[in-house]
Design a protein around this ligand. Structure first.
Ligand code: SF4
Length: 294
């Protein structure tokens, strides 16, 4: 049976069998679930469809969440993305649209819309938005769906060796993992081999190490929604760095090991309890009073 417990093993299997990472992940899934390749790919294609629907809804969203804290920013960014001349976005239209898509999917989550938790609801915009960016520059549907298996394999490894839960590892575990999944998928879509996928994961995770989870008023809205926008840009840059040939000095599995240790070292107040960080600022406290009373 094909199995792997860390990124180096996953990359080695792919190299030995001359397969892309997504094929290794699909083979493992076929073995574990006893389902056919067609069935597994169809299920992933269905998830990609839901992701795209949530992007479409998010980019056009004008609905505020029940708390009133979020809603409408994805649309704002989308409209801004096409400005030209001196008003053109610094990062360029494609990157701003990707950020808008990530923010939008999270806004859809905040109004209880349908999203794919990838790996979690709080970080649900990052992977879809990265694939949306790849689609905008011509990636085929088949490539996009298959790249989701690469993303899944990366998420699985991080889950096994660190955490994908804000309550246990801080936001590095949620948005950090999602960015790593997105970065790896983007590398594969662009034709980068398994080693470059690993480099993108290492570069991406390193940049978000230590990111705390401090949701204002206990809601997955502030800072989560806008953070999804930042994280997809980070994922795109990590992919570009890896594709350019940049390597992480610290090997990818050691980076994930550091992520685990940092997550365990974070105080409880910075692990989704809303007892620290942004959640205890004067403004956050005022918001809490307004929402829930004294
Ligand atoms: S801040 Fe916490 S709740 Fe929000 S996305 Fe990050 S881990 Fe999830």
């Amino acid at each position: 049976m094909i199995n792997f417990s860390n990124l180096v093993e996953l990359i080695s299997i792919a190299r030995e069998k001359s397969l892309p990472i997504h094929e290794v992940v699909i083979a493992r899934e076929m073995h574990i679930s006893l389902r056919s390749r067609e069935h597994i790919i169809k299920q992933m294609a269905d998830s990609w469809m839901v992701m795209q629907e949530s992007i479409e809804r998010g980019l056009n969203n004008t609905e505020k969440s029940l708390s009133g804290l979020t809603g409408g920013d994805a649309r704002r960014l989308r409209l801004y993305s096409s400005k030209a001349g001196a008003e053109a976005p610094y990062l360029g239209e494609a990157a701003i649209l990707a950020a808008a898509a990530a923010v939008g999917v999270n806004e859809v989550n905040a109004v209880m819309g349908r999203i794919v938790a990838c790996p979690t609801a709080g970080s649900c915009g990052i992977v879809p938005a990265a694939l949306y960016a790849a689609k905008q520059r011509g990636a085929s549907e088949e490539k996009l769906v298959l790249s989701l298996f690469t993303a899944a394999g990366i998420g699985m490894v991080i889950d096994q060796n660190a955490s994908i839960s804000g309550a246990s590892g801080g936001c590095q575990a949620e948005c950090g993992t999602a960015a790593a999944m997105a970065a790896g998928a983007l590398v594969e879509i662009a034709g980068g081999g398994p080693e470059k996928v690993g480099e993108a994961v290492a570069l991406s995770v390193k940049n978000l190490l230590g990111l705390v989870c401090d949701p204002v008023a206990g809601l997955v809205e502030v800072p989560c929604v806008k953070r999804n926008g930042f994280a997809v840009i980070e994922a795109m840059l990590a992919a570009d760095m890896a594709l350019s040939g940049i390597k992480s000095v610290i090997p990818v599995d050691e980076v994930i090991g550091a992520m685990d240790k940092i997550g365990r070292a974070l105080p409880k107040s910075l692990r989704e309890t809303s007892q620290g960080g942004l959640a205890v600022t004067p403004t956050a406290r005022r918001i809490e009073r307004e929402l829930y009373g004294e």
